[in-house]
Design a protein around this ligand. Structure first.
Ligand code: URA
Length: 234
């Protein structure tokens, strides 16, 4: 079994990083396995958290930590202004993003561009766009908890480097992962949250909005809330 797979299993079972030494042979042999997995994880995190943009991009491009790497055409790192005040976080690349290597380029992306334009923003200008996971999940399913967790250090580092003033979480997956909650999107909308000290606002995912157009008014409310929140910070 590869180290990455072992780490994935231990992580999924909740055995790392909390494994503790016990006084019997079985446990100590397992401790060896888990402590090497912990070392690997810690080294990886250390490298990521000390990366500059180019190093981070290279790490993402070569990542094989979870099984999403197997079916991807390429990783989808993120796009936009590296010094943006605004950060939009989606869920995961879809088919078109996987092909182009850029987030939100399909129909949902066009809608996202329109949403941004509604508050006088433009992709690439004071806005950065990223996803919770950097590889396309098969059949566009939601990324699972373990995939999101393995990918989290990349987004964390992107956020550290960008230092946005405001984060917009697009949809349930982004909101739940960034806020570390299982709460519904309905209960998360309309409130000012925080991610590592950065204000965060939740709205519906553009793909959802393509299906349920009647909720466009709610997204408009969320965008106005975001715009007003930003204005108080300028
Ligand atoms: N949906 C997302 O959440 N992200 C993308 O990049 C594209 C579609």
């Amino acid at each position: 079994m590869s180290d990455a797979r072992r780490k994935e299993i231990l992580n999924e079972l909740g055995l790392i990083p909390l494994w503790r030494t016990r006084n019997n042979n079985f446990a100590s042999s397992m401790t060896q396995v888990s402590s090497s997995a912990v070392d690997t994880t810690n080294n990886r995190h250390f490298q990521i958290f000390n990366s500059d943009w180019d190093q981070l991009k290279a790490s993402v491009a070569s990542c094989t930590v979870c099984s999403l790497c197997q079916a991807r055409t390429q990783t989808v790192f993120g796009v936009g202004d590296k010094n943006a005040d605004w950060l939009c976080v989606g869920e995961a690349p879809g088919r078109e993003e996987d092909i182009k290597g850029e987030p939100f380029v399909g129909p949902a992306g066009k809608l996202l561009d329109n949403m941004l334009e509604a508050i006088n923003l433009k992709r690439g200008k004071n806005v950065y766009i990223a996803n919770i996971v950097k590889c396309r999940p098969p059949d566009n399913r939601d990324p699972d908890h373990s995939e999101a967790q393995q990918c989290e250090p990349y987004l964390t580092r992107q956020i550290e480097l960008i230092k946005p003033k405001l984060i917009i979480a697009l949809g349930k997956v982004a909101a739940q992962n960034l806020l570390n909650t299982g709460a519904t999107i309905t209960s998360l909308r309309g409130k000012l949250h925080e991610y590592s000290g950065i204000p965060l606002i939740v709205t519906y995912h553009p793909s959802y909005l393509l299906r349920i157009q009647s909720d466009k008014a709610k997204v408009w409310e969320d965008l106005c809330f975001a715009r007003n929140t930003m204005q108080t910070m300028l």
